[in-house]
Design a protein. Structure first.
Length: 532
C-alpha cells in the first residue's frame, strides 16, 4: 500500500491513466466506421448472399393462388423457348431482393453444356456482379446522410456538454469527471454490442459523446496541471495524443476484421472488457471519490472565447480534423461504390492515416517546441489540404495509402502543437486553470467531427465525393497562414511580472499557483508535506 501511495504522486502514472482513457474513447469512436455502413446495408437487404441454383430451386414451388401443373409445365418448357419471358418470371416469384440473371446463368449450362456456354456463363456472372454494384451504388448514395448523422451525433452531443464540463472540473477537480466518463463509456459500449436498430445505435453514439466529453476535458486538464513546465507539458501532450492515435490506429481495422470474421458484437464486448480495466486503474491511482477543487479561480469561459489567439488555435484544430471527420462516413461508402471493396478493406483504408498520426503526435510533441509550434501547425494544415485533394484520384485501396498517410501525419502535427499552445496561452494570458481552455479545444474538435459527417453526407449526394474533398482541402490551405499569428502571442501585463520572477529562478514554467500541484494526488502526499 505504501508503494501505491507513493505512486500516486508520480505524474507519469497520471499520464498512463489519461492515455488509456483516450485510447479506449477513440477505439470506440473509430471501430464503428467500417461496421455501421455495412450493418445498415445488411438491415435493409436481409439476403446479402446471392442465391445459387440449389437455393433458388425451392422458390419454384407453387404459390397458393396457382396450381402445381402450371408451374411444372413452365419449368420444363422454358429451355425450348427462343427468348425467355422475364416479365412473367418477375411478376410470379421475384418478391424479394433477388437477381434473375443468376437463375438464368445456372439454367443455361444444363440445357447447352458446351465450352462456349461456359465462357458465356462467366461473362454473365461478371456482368451480374458489376450490375449489382451499380444498383447498390444508388442505395449507398442515399445512405450517406443516415451514416453521416449517426457519426455526427457523438460530436454534436459532446459539443453541447463540453461548456458545462470545463467549469465543473474547476469546481470539483478532475478525478470525479474522469471516472464518470469511464462509466458512461462502458454503458455506451455495451449498447453498441446489442443494438439492432438505427435508433438504438444513434442513442449509443450520442451517449458516447457525453462520456467522451468528461474523459477528454478532465484528462487533458489534469495533464496540464501536473506538468507545469512548458517543454515537459508539450511532451506529455504528445504522448497522451499518442494514446488517442493508437485508439484511432487500432479501431477501424480491428472493427472491420472482427465484424467480417466474428460478428458485430465481438469488438464492442472486447472494448467493454478493456474499459473495466481502465476503471480499475482510475480507482487505484486517482481516488475519484475525493473532491479537490483548484486553489485558483479559473478564467470564465466567455473571457477565453474572446481571446483571438485561443480562437485561432481552436479553428486550426477544427478545420484540420474536419478533413478526416468527413472521410469517416463517406470514404467507406465511396469505396463500396467505386471499388466494390469487401468489408475488411473499409477499415484497413484508414490504417495509413492512423499509423502516421501516431508517428506525428509523438515526433512533434518534442520537435514542435524546437522548430516553433506555430510553424509546425501551419505546415500541418498545408499538408492536410494537399492530402485531401489527392484522395479522389485513388482507384484502389492501394491508391489511398499515400493521401491517407499524409493526412494522418499532418493532423498529428497540428494536434500535438495546438494542445500545448492552448495550455501555454492560458499560462501567459489568463489564470493557470486548464479545464475551460481544454473544453474549448475539445469543442473545436467536436465541431469538426460534427459539421464534417453531418454535412458531408448531404454534400456528397449534392456535388459528389471528389468535389467535397477539393472543398475541404482548399479551406485548410487558406486557413494555414493564420497560424503565423501564434508566433509571438502578446503577454498580459500582470502575467509578465510573474514570468520575469520565474525566469530569475531559472524555471521555464508559467504557473501562477504555488509550487505544489493544483490538486493533491493522495492524502498521503499531504501528510508527508506537513511532517516535513
Amino acid at each position: 500500500m505504501r508503494w501505491l501511495h507513493q505512486s500516486r504522486e508520480s505524474p507519469r502514472l497520471v499520464l498512463v491513466v489519461v492515455c488509456v482513457a483516450l485510447l479506449l474513447d477513440n477505439m470506440l469512436l473509430t471501430v464503428v466506421v467500417p461496421i455501421i455502413p455495412t450493418f445498415l446495408y445488411a438491415m435493409d437487404h436481409p439476403s446479402p448472399e446471392p442465391q445459387t441454383a440449389q437455393t433458388a430451386q425451392p422458390s419454384l414451388h407453387p404459390l397458393p393462388s396457382f396450381s402445381a401443373p402450371v408451374w411444372g409445365t413452365q419449368v420444363q418448357q422454358r429451355p425450348q423457348l427462343s427468348s425467355p419471358t422475364p416479365s412473367l418470371l418477375i411478376s410470379l416469384f421475384n418478391n424479394e431482393t433477388f437477381s434473375l440473371q443468376e437463375v438464368q446463368t445456372e439454367l443455361i449450362p444444363r440445357t447447352e453444356p458446351t465450352d462456349e456456354t461456359s465462357v458465356t456463363t462467366d461473362l454473365q456472372m461478371n456482368e451480374t456482379t458489376e450490375d449489382s454494384c451499380l444498383q447498390d451504388s444508388v442505395f449507398l448514395e442515399q445512405e450517406n446522410v443516415r451514416v453521416g448523422l449517426l457519426f455526427a451525433s457523438k460530436a454534436l452531443v459532446q459539443l453541447l456538454v463540453n461548456p458545462f464540463v470545463g467549469p465543473l472540473t474547476n469546481r470539483i477537480g478532475y478525478h470525479i469527471p474522469m471516472f464518470a466518463g469511464f462509466i458512461i463509456m462502458f454503458v455506451s459500449t455495451i449498447m453498441f454490442a446489442f443494438s439492432g436498430t438505427y435508433a438504438l445505435l444513434f442513442f449509443a453514439r450520442s451517449l458516447q459523446g457525453i462520456g467522451s466529453s468528461f474523459s477528454s476535458v478532465a484528462g487533458l486538464g489534469m495533464l496540464a496541471s501536473v506538468y507545469t513546465d512548458d517543454e515537459e507539458r508539450g511532451i506529455a501532450m504528445g504522448i497522451a495524443l499518442g494514446g488517442l492515435a493508437m485508439g484511432v490506429l487500432i479501431g477501424a481495422p480491428f472493427g472491420s476484421v472482427m465484424y467480417e470474421f466474428v460478428g458485430k458484437s465481438a469488438p464492442f464486448l472486447i472494448l467493454a472488457f478493456l474499459a473495466v480495466f481502465d476503471g480499475a486503474l482510475q480507482l487505484c491511482i486517482l481516488q475519484p471519490s475525493k473532491i479537490s477543487p483548484g486553489s485558483v479561480e479559473g478564467t470564465p469561459l466567455l473571457t477565453l472565447l474572446k481571446d483571438p489567439y485561443i480562437l485561432i488555435s481552436a479553428g486550426s484544430l477544427c478545420f484540420a480534423n474536419m478533413g478526416v471527420a468527413i472521410l469517416e462516413p463517406t470514404l467507406p461508402i465511396w469505396m463500396m461504390q467505386t471499388m466494390c471493396s469487401p468489408k475488411w478493406q473499409l477499415g484497413m483504408a484508414f490504417l495509413p492515416a492512423s499509423i502516421s498520426y501516431l508517428i506525428g503526435t509523438n515526433l512533434f510533441g518534442v520537435l514542435a517546441n524546437k522548430m516553433g509550434r506555430w510553424l509546425c501547425s501551419m505546415l500541418g494544415m498545408f499538408i492536410v489540404g494537399i492530402s485531401l485533394l489527392c484522395v479522389p484520384f485513388a482507384t484502389s485501396i492501394y491508391g489511398l495509402i499515400g493521401p491517407n498517410g499524409g493526412l494522418g501525419f499532418a493532423i498529428g502535427m497540428v494536434d500535438s502543437s495546438m494542445m500545448a499552445i492552448m495550455g501555454y496561452l492560458v499560462d501567459i494570458r489568463h489564470a493557470s486553470v486548464y479545464g475551460s481552455v481544454y473544453a474549448i479545444a475539445d469543442v473545436a474538435l467536436c465541431m469538426g467531427f460534427a459539421i464534417g459527417p453531418s454535412t458531408g453526407g448531404a454534400l456528397v449526394q449534392a456535388v459528389g465525393f471528389p468535389s467535397l474533398m477539393v472543398f475541404i482541402g482548399v479551406i485548410n490551405i487558406l486557413y494555414a497562414p493564420l497560424c503565423f499569428l501564434l508566433r509571438n502571442p502578446a503577454v498580459r501585463e500582470e502575467k509578465m511580472a510573474i514570468i520575469d520572477q520565474e525566469c530569475v529562478m531559472h524555471r521555464k514554467s508559467y504557473n501562477t499557483q504555488k509550487e505544489s500541484r493544483e490538486f493533491p494526488l493522495s492524502d498521503y502526499s499531504e501528510e508527508e508535506e506537513t511532517e516535513e
